[in-house]
Design a protein around this ligand. Structure first.
Ligand SMILES: Cc1cc2nc3c(=O)[nH]c(=O)nc-3n(C[C@H](O)[C@H](O)[C@H](O)COP(=O)(O)OP(=O)(O)OC[C@H]3O[C@@H](n4cnc5c(N)ncnc54)[C@H](O)[C@@H]3O)c2cc1C
Length: 377
């Protein structure tokens, strides 16, 4: 999907550095009358009558929300039953599986542009220094699953001064490189003590592909998976995509079936964004998906009614899908509260699909929990 996307739309490189993308977003928010506050930790989302109405911050401030709250909340922070999920062993309602494969990055200032052994025609935003055997790649990724280092480092790099020379003094260059590593190391060693040993290994491996690397590096900054976790709660255990990109955490099941519609059951007007939501990590995701996420969650009210009709047909309750009188009757019984709790604001109830097995002839609608998860109160 990623490759096809790049083929179709190309790869944008903000002039002046990636921070310029953030600056442009901030300028846009301000131009529309908004305000951006940095270094403010939200410690609780305030709720009233089952609806998100504000946020409390670590420094003791309270903010009220008129229309709703949009939050990049790692699912583990929702309620007390969050936790880690492994395939086939889901723990807690909002439990997710984190990828075992983390990443280490190096951002370097170079005296001169890189010289690739493959020739001067190497010019791309992302360059992968890969082995020429597919099996080697597979084995390298497999080692990571067991907390070991890849026998063949899978290094990728970009030298964006190739496209935007304004990022470095004349004649100089920049480079960022990444490799895949385990967050939890099988050797039990601490990333904080050993990060620079690993960077040395990476740079030395890269010299197989580059002629002038060792002479060119003036200085570098590196982040281990543990550093990434510290940078943003989105990257828990160093997972770049918030939660593992596995099929059972994809699309409307991302990050979990309950949270896959960008809303939190039992807490209205709290909208979820972030790499853990569909379609997963990517710098374009939150801004682009926010309006569609809200729309999807609103559409869900309609879709769930349709789904109930289909479900009932499967169990022989209705004559045919689309039977208006039967549908109206079903809606009346829903409105009368069969298995569905009315929302505090008395708007239409939100019947939701059950995740439990169903009995023939039984109308299934998940009961919305009366209490908001503990972490949200
Ligand atoms: C090493 C690395 C390389 C990557 N490479 C690429 C790439 O090449 N291309 C690509 O498209 N994507 C890439 N990604 C993924 C991409 O960076 C993420 O998917 C993207 O940043 C997600 O954006 P976001 O705004 O949804 O979440 P974030 O960038 O994580 O933003 C969420 C923000 O919410 C803040 N926050 C969370 N909780 C609270 C709280 N309680 N109070 C206050 N603030 C809070 C966090 O501090 C953070 O600033 C990479 C990620 C990493 C780590």
């Amino acid at each position: 999907m990623f490759v096809g996307f790049l083929e179709g739309f190309g790869f944008g490189v903000p002039v002046g550095g990636s921070g310029e993308l953030t600056n442009a977003l901030i300028a846009s928010i301000k131009a529309n009358g908004g305000e951006v506050l940095g270094e403010v930790d939200v410690t609780a989302i305030r709720t009233k009558g089952g609806r998100a109405v504000g946020a409390a911050t670590k420094d003791g401030r309270e903010f009220t929300a008129k229309d709703g709250i949009v939050a990049a909340l790692q699912p583990a922070r929702l309620g007390q039953d969050g936790g880690r999920r492994r395939a086939g062993n889901r723990q807690g309602r909002f439990g997710t599986q984190i990828s075992e494969i983390g990443c280490i990055t190096v951002h370097a200032a170079l005296k001169a542009p890189l010289k690739f052994r493959a020739g001067a025609n190497v010019k791309a935003v992302m360059i992968e220094l890969l082995p020429n055997k597919y099996d080697t790649i597979r084995k390298s990724f497999d080692s990571l699953r067991y907390g070991e280092f890849s026998s063949y480092p899978l290094v990728g790099l970009g030298s964006l001064t190739m496209f935007d020379p304004s990022r470095a003094p004349a004649g100089a260059a920049t480079m960022h490189a990444w490799d895949y590593v385990p967050y939890q190391r099988a050797d039990g060693r601490d990333w904080d003590d050993t990060k620079h040993h690993y960077v040395k290994r990476m740079l030395s491996h890269m010299e197989n592909f580059l002629d002038n690397l060792s002479d060119s590096v003036l200085a570098y900054h590196s982040d281990s998976p543990v550093d990434m976790e510290r940078t943003s709660s989105s990257f828990r255990r160093g997972d770049l995509h918030g939660v593992a990109a596995v099929t059972y955490q994809a699309q409307s099941h991302r990050p979990t079936p309950d949270l896959g519609y960008n809303v939190v059951p039992g807490c209205e007007r709290l909208y979820l964004v972030g790499p853990f939501q569909h379609p997963g990590g990517g710098v374009s995701a939150p801004a682009a998906l926010l309006p569609s996420g809200i729309r999807r969650s609103e559409d869900r009210r309609v879709k769930d009614r349709e789904a109930l009709d289909v479900h009932a047909v499967l169990h022989g309750q209705l004559q045919a899908h689309g039977d208006r009188s039967a549908r109206a009757q079903r809606q009346r019984s829903l409105d009368q509260g069969q298995g569905v709790r009315r929302h505090a604001d008395d708007r239409a109830p939100v019947p939701q699909r059950s995740t439990q097995g169903t009995q023939a002839g039984e109308l299934q609608a998940r009961v919305i929990p009366a209490d908001v998860p503990a972490a949200l109160t």
